[in-house]
Design a protein around this ligand. Structure first.
Ligand SMILES: [Mg+2]
Length: 164
């Protein structure tokens, strides 16, 4: 989805996961594509807010190069962090989308909060051990999804990523 399409759908803010969605642990400065995407959203007047399960220190350090506001210790898949972001930035649930790389944290938390979500492929394959367990379950969920909705495919480009 392009920023213009997001706006047309009433989206005022993009809530985004941090690790393996915005940045990879081995590239803290982010890719040129990421910077381009952030600029495009800013030009469209769409606020980007990081919603991460990580600690304040970790998130603060990670978002510093991009100058983005954030909610830390979001407790995804619980709704705490997303609800906090909506409240703090005075957003209705239909004015935000949540972008993340994990079904069992990002997408689930969004779904429970009544916020639309965009699932992206993780930047890197390597994960913490807890995530590895979740990834297995994720494979099963994705398999079921493909089984029930064979027309669902991954979009190549950032701007074309599908909302669910
Ligand atoms: Mg992540």
């Amino acid at each position: 989805m392009t920023p213009a399409q997001l706006r047309a759908n009433g989206v005022k803010a993009v809530l985004t996961d941090l690790d393996n969605t915005l940045i990879a642990w081995n590239n803290p400065d982010g890719t040129p594509e990421l910077r381009h995407w952030l600029t495009m959203l800013e030009m469209a007047g769409i606020q980007v807010i990081v919603v991460s399960n990580n600690s304040r220190a970790r998130v603060d350090r990670a978002v510093a190069p991009f100058d983005l506001p954030y909610v830390h210790r979001a407790l995804k898949p619980l709704t705490w962090g997303i609800r906090r972001a909506l409240r703090r930035w005075h957003l209705n649930r239909n004015e935000a989308v949540m972008v993340g790389d994990q079904i069992l944290t990002d997408v689930w938390a969004a779904h429970r909060s009544g916020v639309r979500s965009v699932l992206v492929k993780p930047i890197l394959k390597s994960d913490a051990w807890i995530t590895k367990g979740n990834r297995l379950l994720e494979k099963v969920i994705l398999w079921r999804l493909h089984h029930n909705y064979p027309e669902l495919t991954w979009q190549e480009d950032l701007d074309e990523r599908k909302t669910h």
